[in-house]
Design a protein around this ligand. Sequence first.
Ligand SMILES: *Cc1c(COP(=O)(O)O)cnc(C)c1O
Length: 301
Amino acid sequence: MTSEFEHGAAFVDGELVPIERAKISLVDTGFSRSDVTYDVVAVWDGAFFRLDDHLDRFERSCRMLRLTPPYDRAEMTRILLDLARVSGLREAYVEMLCTRGVARHGSRDPRTFENRFYAYAIPYVWLLRPEQAEMGMDAVITRTVRRIPTSSVDPTVKNFHWGDLTRGLFEAYDRGAHYPILLDRDDNITEGAGYNLFALVGQRLLTPAGGALEGITRRTVLELAAEEGIEAVAVDLSESTFRTATEAFATSTAGGVMPITSLDGRPVGDGRVGATTRLIRERYWQAHKDPRYLTPVDYPA
Ligand SMILES: *Cc1c(COP(=O)(O)O)cnc(C)c1O
């Protein structure tokens, strides 16, 4: 049986609509000013993974930007579950957004805008497809662009200020690779185009302490590493230290734990997926069966 929601479902202006029909206003400042925050949570094997952690982060992001979604936590949870349910997708990429919204009475004062909430569920998105996982990511440390300073745009609030990340993507492609890694002004590693970073240096797994989104996948990796007795720490991670890594990987809800096997055209370690990366990756997908992380979707029979 096919349904009009089979390619995905969206929640716009209080209604569930097929993804192809989801449209927003041209005068919504989420679009015209990037005045928006968002979050992305995965549905895996019919259940949301760490839904409450994503909603906590989303609500914090809204507070930081002084946005007030027109729905409370219970209503947003219901909307996200409904989107997964009507789409029928058992592996989905589910995004929620809150925009400053639209001006009332023609005022440009952001305090007076009507904030809006949108959400949608589409088939799961892979930043690195599973069949490419053995090959790993080909990353570059970008030379032409640095991460927007944290004093200008707070990277711990998930945002649409992707100018630097998009420039990074173009540089990566121009250099025959696909995955940019951006530095801050002090030559520390920050993050990439929608992913956090880890490096195995000696026996320790290192990830940047600041300058990046506090990814839920990153948090999961820190927790799983601790369970495995691997020392994993958030530090100021310099470019030169990152270059000494014997293993590296990127993390994102869209793809999980993704090995980085080449950096600036040179192999990372021996250029193959290393044992620690492999272990963390396996544990990451096993965690998707762990009930303490899961919120099952009530699909129709
Ligand atoms: C979403 C995102 C990540 C990854 O966060 P997860 O919660 O693990 O999906 C990393 N960096 C940026 C810039 C992001 O937007």
